[in-house]
Design a protein around this ligand. Sequence first.
Ligand code: BGC
Length: 254
Amino acid sequence: MGALGFGVDVGGSGIKGAIVDLDTGELVEDRIKIETPRPATPDAVAATVAEIVARAQWDGPVGVTLPAVVTAGVARTAANIDPSWIGTDARSILSTALGGRDVTVLNDADAAGLAEYRYGAGRDVNGLVVLLTFGTGIGSAVIHRGVLLPNTEFGHMEVDGKEAEHRAASSVKDTEGLSYKEWAAEVSRVLCRFEDLLWPDLFIAGGGISRKHEKWIPRLENRTPVVPAALLNTAGIVGAALVAANPQETGIAP
Ligand code: BGC
């Protein structure tokens, strides 16, 4: 086994963490999942993260994802989490909850993008890779030849008068009862807009719905190839662990 790291992925419904083999991007043991506390305030989430780390008996540095813009460890937005995160020094709250150890905090989609680029669907791509996570919202990660452009928020780009994530997040499919065909048409519309502005070589589609990729990816009508994420529900954890172990190398460290 190679070098190990620890990543925690904070989501709207669950907080998940695991020890990661950084040579392969595989989890060393099953991930530990605890329901996200309600309300998901910084202190409540930090206590849950500490519980996960303690259960795993991990005592090294920890990477943590948030569904928010994160600059220099501070959460700047809170589109689908408790608004009390905005302006919170997430890194210091989490570090205190973890006994003062090194903590790196980053956006959830950025973590997933780095993990897919290093170990998954973006591995052999030499150009511009855009990972999109389709879930409650739409997260985005833009990576060019291994270098992440952090905190892109393409899910909030207006596409034909509506935010992209209000058109094409997978939650919209559920709440509006859309068929895969109807939902894929919305995803195509959003992807066409993104590709006109970014010209990526590859889109990677992540989020839970990428598990059913055969039902919708073949229906997409945009021009850039779209492939399903390879790491599925571990990408956030793996990316967070990777960044915590190499904060300088990944460009996330302040
Ligand atoms: C947030 C992003 C996040 C994405 C996926 C969006 O609403 O603004 O920061 O990456 O949801 O969780």
